[in-house]
Design a protein around this ligand. Structure first.
Ligand SMILES: Cc1cc2nc3c(=O)[nH]c(=O)nc-3n(C[C@H](O)[C@H](O)[C@H](O)COP(=O)(O)O)c2cc1C
Length: 415
């Protein structure tokens, strides 16, 4: 049994491991957070607490999922807003949780409608005992345009509200970003100017996930209508990773403290977020689908990965992959790497042949008599669609060849 130290320091707060519930129904009340702590989560971002005067009135039903073949949740859509429980109840839950779990981290997510709200909420959650504040600047389905992603895509408002939070509390504060924006760097910088200490990234992506074809209404249907609302889960991981990478590569942001969110389901996902610059990690959709216990596999897998990599401190892995993501114009375009088929593994299903013919360059040739494929290098461009569609991973990277007239030695290429 491998036992590695998964603890991280994030903005001066000690996390026994980087895994946190992200703000959502998975951390909506005392009982849920207690169960999550007992299952081994290092921290909880409590469901976003709003001001007393903003009444929450949710729709029913409020979820939908994008499916594909046997996969029930490729991505997940929700129409939910912020905490439905009264402010006092949320604050009492935060207080009780901190009293009973002093060594676990409790991050209070808050959202106001104006500066006074933000300042007051920050004051209240600090008084209740929270370790850190997360500003929800990013829910895409608020019924008020003074809240959520409309605010989070406006750098001036973000700067102003971050400063308002800092007036109410001395706690470390992270600003939660909306991905419904081209460039996150100006918003993140405005938040830091306003006093944010770090960034959490990402909240959900605006979406219409499915349309009922008979009734001609988006899903879920609420009295014959639907709305654009937030998309999360595995499908959004690539979007989250690109924003995190771009944040860390932003001028002056190389050491930016980031809490990574979006489609984290496995230890591999977790490791990817860490390698691109996240120090802590937050999860919702995977918990909604599988329960709090997903953390056990994620912790275990991460410990094995650390062992394999010869790393003793998880923090030493943060951001290591950033230097290897470069602009497209700087990539080496001098060579082709051809696919190599392992005929001991190949099941002759023909999927590579079909995909190469209909979706690429007709380089995979199908020998009907022997039901066997072979790669015609005269036609192959080395795109590797064949390897991606192979159901048994029989295709790998093979011979490396320089394009005509290009310099270098193929053996030096890191393929
Ligand atoms: C049902 C649901 C409710 C959510 N409520 C909140 C919320 O109150 N505050 C918030 O900051 N984010 C909220 N989120 C966004 C999540 O915290 C998270 O940023 C997003 O779902 C991406 O992570 P995931 O792919 O692990 O779910 C909610 C997400 C879902 C699915």
């Amino acid at each position: 049994m491998i036992n590695k130290d998964l603890s991280v320091e994030f903005l001066g707060v000690h996390f026994e491991n980087p895994f946190c519930l992200s703000s959502s129904p998975v951390g909506n009340c005392y009982d849920m957070c207690k169960k999550a702590y007992d299952t081994g989560w290092g921290g909880v971002v409590f469901k976003t607490i709003g001001p007393k005067h903003f009444l929450i009135d949710e729709v029913s039903p409020r979820f939908d999922a994008l499916t594909k073949e046997g996969t029930p949740f490729v991505g997940f859509k929700n129409m939910e807003q912020i905490a439905e429980h009264p402010l006092e109840e949320n604050l009492a839950d935060v207080k009780r949780l901190k009293e009973e779990y002093p060594n676990k981290v409790l991050i209070a997510s808050i959202m106001g409608t104006n500066e006074e709200d933000w300042t007051e909420l920050a004051r209240l959650v600090e008084e209740a005992g929270a370790d850190m504040i997360e500003m929800n600047l990013s829910c895409p389905q608020m019924t008020s345009h003074a809240m959520g992603s409309d605010v989070g895509s406006n750098p001036d408002l973000c700067r102003k509200y971050c400063a308002a939070v800092k007036r109410g509390s001395k706690l470390p504060m992270i600003a939660k970003m909306t991905p419904n924006i081209m460039d996150m760097v100006p918003v993140a910088k405005a938040c830091l100017e306003g006093g944010a200490d770090g960034i959490s990234c990402i909240n959900t992506i605006k979406s219409v996930v499915n349309v009922d074809l008979d009734r001609k209404i988006g899903l879920p249907i609420i009295n014959g209508k639907s709305s654009i609302s937030g998309y999360s889960g595995k499908a959004v991981k690539p979007v989250a990773l690109r924003f995190i990478q771009q944040l860390r590569m932003g001028e002056g942001l190389h050491d930016l403290a980031i809490s990574g969110i979006g489609g984290i389901e496995t230890w591999e996902d977790a490791a990817e977020f860490i390698l691109l610059g996240a120090t802590t990690l937050q999860v919702t959709t995977a918990i909604m689908q599988y329960g709090y216990r997903v953390v056990e596999d994620m912790k275990n897998g991460l410990m094995h990965y650390m062992e394999e990599q010869g790393v003793d401190r998880l923090q030493d892995l943060v951001g290591l992959a950033n230097a290897n993501i470069i602009p497209a114009e700087e990539l080496d375009r001098d060579y082709i790497v051809y696919p190599e088929i392992n005929y001991d593994v190949c099941i002759n299903c023909g999927r590579c042949y079909v995909s190469c013919y209909d979706g690429a360059h007709q380089a995979m040739e199908w020998d009907k008599e022997n039901r066997k494929v072979r790669c015609n290098k005269e036609k192959c461009v080395g795109c590797h669609l064949c390897a991606l569609v192979c159901p048994v991973k029989a295709i790998s990277k093979g011979e490396v060849v320089l394009k005509p007239g290009r310099p270098g030695n193929p053996a030096d290429k890191k393929v």
